[in-house]
Design a protein around this ligand. Structure first.
Ligand SMILES: Cc1ncc(COP(=O)(O)O)c(C=O)c1O
Length: 413
């Protein structure tokens, strides 16, 4: 139980808001695939006096005094991050990015010039904003070209990626996604990048935990740079790391600091060190295996209720539902689910033209699996979705059952 006694004394208003948010997390089922459920030890490291310290620069090359211990913590985080992915001395890692978007900015700033061509997954095919979307810096500063999923298979078409690469000669090809339910073939994309002389950046933010547990192909053999957030399947603090081949690591480091950031958040870096320690345990790998198992069972059950799953199923931790045959929009489905205590976010699906009125929802199993839910509960959740979206049962009725599940699998906050 988080008591927050000092906060309670100092600021009742904020204390009560935070308590309410904790209660909300306790009594809702979180199916948002990018969210996690960190252990209390992660919260403890975030709340240490490391937050007091300025330490611009890198270990042993700081612009501030008093960084002897901070250096040791940052080096520990680097060492554990590399160990978690079994990386050898050809790879370096930067643990300072404030989050996933700054990590990707730093890669582009370090390796590209304004106007250079980026080839990345389209937003409507599961790409992230920082993969070249028009509204994002990556689509404004660089010349972004997009690859898309095949309308028939609803999976990536590697021949299309290869053809686009030959035509546009990108300086960097981005692989990795934010809403793609299938395994990504990093090997194929790596080959394409090599052929056209492009860097290959794999953004594994969503699947880093699965890769550590060997539940998804690892990109390291086939890439020059790998970025990941630390707060999704990795189940750590909000932050990010950048792995890069030794020969380009100085460019990346300079782009992070002094290029786009100032002082690193050392409390987060300590928490990242702990995240990568936990990620190497048997328990973590077992949980990642269960995340995938749960997603597959949930997908199978949803298909029984004639939900149209993009690509027909899932290989990873997430499911994308095309709701067109259920005559309901993504926004409406999101609202109905939220009223019943189930959180799943609306998402564009292939063919959607308007990102603000998407026709799908995205479901993920990381958070509920960290909470302890297994196959039996996935069958129940699929039925909840059927009752709510197909049968239009009142959300209040399902909410009772959701609450029972939440109480059976309590959070220890
Ligand atoms: C694949 C991918 N890359 C980058 C990001 C950006 O991370 P952040 O929200 O921490 O900036 C996300 C976030 O959803 C993501 O899914």
């Amino acid at each position: 139980m988080l008591k927050l006694l000092n906060l309670k004394k100092e600021d009742k208003e904020l204390y009560q808001l935070i308590k309410k948010e904790i209660e909300r997390q306790k009594f809702n089922l979180d199916l948002i695939p990018s969210e996690s459920l960190v252990p209390v030890s992660i919260l403890e490291t975030l709340a240490t006096p490391l937050t007091n310290k300025y330490s611009e620069g890198y270990p042993f090359k700081r612009y501030y005094p008093g960084t002897e211990i901070i250096d040791k913590i940052e080096i520990l985080a680097q060492k554990r991050a590399k160990n978690a992915f079994n990386l050898n001395s050809n790879w370096e890692v930067n643990v300072q990015p404030y989050s996933g978007s700054p990590a990707n900015i730093a890669v582009y700033f370090g390796l590209l010039n304004p106007g250079d061509v980026i080839l990345g997954p389209a937003l409507t095919s599961g790409g992230h904003l920082t993969h070249g979307a028009k509204v994002n810096f990556s689509g404004k500063i660089y010349h972004a070209i997009y690859y898309e999923i095949d309308p028939k298979t609803e999976k990536f078409n590697y021949t299309q990626i290869s053809e686009l690469a030959k035509i546009y000669r990108p300086k960097i090809i981005v692989s990795g996604t934010t809403a793609y339910p299938r395994e990504i073939d990093f090997k194929k994309i790596g080959k394409i990048a090599k052929k056209v002389g492009a860097y290959h950046l794999a953004d594994i933010s969503h699947i880093a935990g699965l890769i550590i547990a060997k539940k998804h192909q690892s990109p390291f053999e086939f890439t020059d740079i790998v970025t990941t957030t630390t707060h999704k399947t990795l189940n750590g603090p909000r932050g990010a790391v950048i792995f890069s081949k030794k020969e380009i690591s100085q460019k990346i480091n300079k782009a992070v600091f002094p290029g786009i950031q100032g002082g690193p958040h050392q409390n987060t870096i300590a928490s990242i060190a702990l995240t990568f320690k936990i990620a190497q345990t048997k328990k973590f790998k077992k949980t990642q295996t269960q995340i995938v198992k749960n997603a597959k069972i949930l997908a199978k059950e949803l298909k029984k209720y004639k939900f149209h799953l993009v690509s027909g199923g899932t290989d990873n931790h997430l499911i994308l539902i095309n709701l067109k045959n259920k005559k309901i929009s993504g926004k409406e489905a999101e609202t109905i689910l939220e009223k019943s205590g189930i959180l799943a976010n609306r998402n564009t699906i292939p063919g959607d033209q308007k990102p603000f009125s998407p026709s799908g929802i995205r479901l993920g199993t990381p958070s509920i699996t960290f909470r302890g839910l297994k196959e039996k509960e996935m069958i129940k959740i699929a039925n909840f979705l059927y009752q709510l979206i197909e049968k239009r049962q009142p959300p209040q009725k399902i909410k009772k059952e959701v609450l029972t599940l939440c109480k059976k699998f309590p959070l220890n906050y």
